[in-house]
Design a protein around this ligand. Structure first.
Ligand SMILES: C[S@@+](CC[C@H](N)C(=O)[O-])C[C@H]1O[C@@H](n2cnc3c(N)ncnc32)[C@H](O)[C@@H]1O
Length: 324
């Protein structure tokens, strides 16, 4: 590939996935962390979710980045480097790259899906002639592991965390992640966080229960992935997707529900997992935020909130924080 592209690998996916499945399905309350949704099929299904009529998140955030892109880019720049946590397809990033990249920029996408990082890197180098891409396969919960070697002293770095991916982390995990990120930034470096705001159940629940069943497929793909990569024997017809809004907590919970009593072998782990009817595997939380939540977590982690933008409906927020 182009010498403007480099790829670092901080995580070794195979053994980590096996360990996460072993400990998550061995627990009393079964769980699998959401980063394991994103194998090749999972990332494609997420791309499809972004186009669903019920999944307003992508459209609302895109509306902000298109309408307020000049203001946001002016508030972020000028920068030497644009880091993006959980960059995915970088579909919305392009609205900012159009404004930030003409003079040349190092783009640092961080994700767990290596194939997507390579594809997106190739596409962006083609689209933006003065861009260089330093991609990293890394768990964004500890971004300093890769950024320590990338961020140069005396340079200015902006960080993006879009798509309300922050909402997949609990409060403590968010603060730990932001502190770790802060440790490699210089005072004054900006961080733009896209976060989904609290709203009625009638809008939230359909976004995670689309009529075409794409979100259900995205969720069930986790079991398919265990079958593919770890020699699992899950019968996908014996599990169902469930997503609901816990209004008091302010989060969507996503689960896979066992439809019968069953025992499922996973050959590579030399184990069998017992499920009783109605038992669930908790696969994701998506936290929804009130007015002050992002500001409070930022302050606790060494960032000040300086601006925020919302879409016309007030459903989604773009928060600009600056390293203290
Ligand atoms: C909800 S998608 C958002 C993608 C894109 N930023 C957007 O706004 O559409 C989350 C992305 O983060 C990546 N991801 C999830 N958990 C991760 C983790 N712990 N470390 C690194 N990447 C992760 C996924 O592979 C996926 O591309």
């Amino acid at each position: 590939m182009d010498d403007r592209f480099s790829l670092r690998r901080e995580v070794d996916r195979g053994p980590r996935f096996a360990a996460a499945v072993q400990s998550g399905l061995g627990a009393v309350r079964k769980t699998i962390p959401p980063q394991y949704f994103y194998d090749e099929l999972g990332s494609s299904l997420f791309g499809a979710i972004c186009n669903l009529p019920e999944y307003y998140l992508t459209r609302s955030e895109e509306e902000i980045l298109i309408k307020r892109g000049d203001e946001i880019a002016a508030a972020l720049g000028p920068v030497d480097r644009l880091v993006e946590l959980g960059s995915g397809s970088a579909r919305k990033t392009r609205h900012l790259l159009d404004r930030l990249a003409p003079g040349g920029l190092e783009y640092v996408p961080i994700d767990v899906d290596v194939a997507l990082l390579q594809q997106v890197g190739r596409d962006l180098l083609h689209e933006y002639r003065k861009l260089s891409v330093a991609a990293a396969v890394c768990d964004f919960r500890r971004p300093s592991r890769v950024l320590r070697d990338i961020v140069e002293k005396g340079s200015r770095t902006a960080v993006l965390f879009l798509g309300s991916t922050i909402g997949n982390l609990d409060r403590g995990e968010t603060v730990a992640m932001l502190r770790d990120l802060r440790s490699v930034l210089a005072a004054g470096d900006p961080l733009l966080v896209g976060a989904d705001l609290r709203k009625s159940k009638a809008i939230l629940e359909p976004a995670y229960n689309d009529i075409l069943g794409v979100t259900a497929a995205f969720n069930l793909n986790l079991l398919q992935r265990i079958n593919r990569e770890l020699g699992g024997h899950f019968d996908l017809r014996a599990f169902a997707h469930r997503a609901f809004y816990d209004e008091e907590a302010g989060r969507i919970e996503m689960h896979l529900v066992s439809l019968r009593d069953q025992s499922v072998r996973i050959d590579d782990l030399a184990t069998a997992i017992d499920f009783h009817e109605g038992e669930t595997i908790h696969t994701e939380n998506s936290w929804k935020y009130g007015d002050d939540d992002i500001e409070a977590m930022g302050r606790e982690s060494g960032f000040d909130l300086v601006r925020r933008w919302t879409d016309a409906a007030g459903w989604f927020g773009e928060f600009l924080l600056v390293a203290q």
